[in-house]
Write a new protein. Structure first.
Length: 259
């Protein structure tokens, strides 16, 4: 199995990770407390889950989203709230924007996928105007904050592994702070954001993860016996109510700095 995680199915991503991103995004935008009529850049916009929140909550003067996946960008373009946004394919390490052309650059759940994270941060700083913000949030991978960390753990018990992001360490608060400071950013601040998400049943949870870009192929390769065992172990790990509704938690680390 390939160790590369591909994000090409916008609808599957929406169910698997988009909703999680939006839960963090609500708190993240409260933390930023941005003014209206600013120029925004969403680096690694994917299917537009967080980009849509910017459009809905922040009244941007301009909104640009960049992502390497053409199918994800096409999904984002179909969102009504993003009809007037500039959404295109591009590389986080070579952003197709001029210097000082953005007021707020954000990288949601992407930094650990960038081949050279320091270069990605430097690029955001390059395109952000003096006084503007360079920001990001990432799952606390090493601290167990990934929404599907329990799933990964149980798969390992079965001798199965899922693809991993190439730089999971950059999600740590101390590493993020060093990256932001190394890029010449000032007034650097970090914070942790904890969220919860409910699923109607273990069957809904299972249906979602089978379509997940980082775990779906692994799950589909399991024997019927191992799949049943995994499903039962997961059900026992999550808090549930009398109706079988599950509640899962996740934790993200956020960072911001000013140019």
């Amino acid at each position: 199995m390939s160790n590369t995680i591909r994000f090409d199915n916008g609808a599957a991503y929406e169910r698997y990770m988009g909703r999680w991103s939006q839960l963090v995004g609500e708190v993240f935008l409260d933390w930023l407390a941005p003014k209206t009529a600013l120029r925004w850049l969403d680096v690694g916009c994917g299917n537009g889950a967080f980009t849509e929140q910017i459009a809905a909550r922040c009244a941007p003067a301009a909104l640009t989203g960049i992502d390497p996946s053409a199918p994800q960008v096409e999904f984002a373009r179909a969102r009504p709230a993003l009809k007037s946004s500039r959404l295109e394919t591009g590389d986080a390490m070579a952003l197709p924007l001029p210097d000082d052309s953005i007021d707020i650059a954000v990288m949601p759940l992407v930094l650990f996928f960038v081949p050279d994270p320091a270069r990605g941060v430097a690029e955001m700083a390059r395109v952000t105007s003096p006084g503007g913000l360079v920001t990001a949030y990432s799952w606390d991978m090493e601290g167990g904050g990934f929404p599907y960390s329990a799933l990964r753990s149980e798969l390992e018990r079965l001798g199965a592994r899922t693809p991993e992001a190439p730089h999971e360490d950059v999600s740590r608060l101390d590493v993020s702070r060093r990256l932001w400071e190394a890029a010449g950013l000032v007034e650097v601040e970090t914070r942790t954001i904890s969220v919860e998400r409910s699923f109607t049943s273990i069957d809904e949870y299972w249906d979602i993860i089978v379509g997940g870009p980082s775990v779906g192929a692994t799950l589909r390769s399991l024997s019927a016996q191992d799949a049943r065992l995994l499903k039962e172990r997961l059900r026992l790990r999550f808090a549930s109510d009398a109706a079988g509704r599950l509640t899962c938690s996740a934790r993200a680390n956020a960072v911001r700095g000013r140019v």
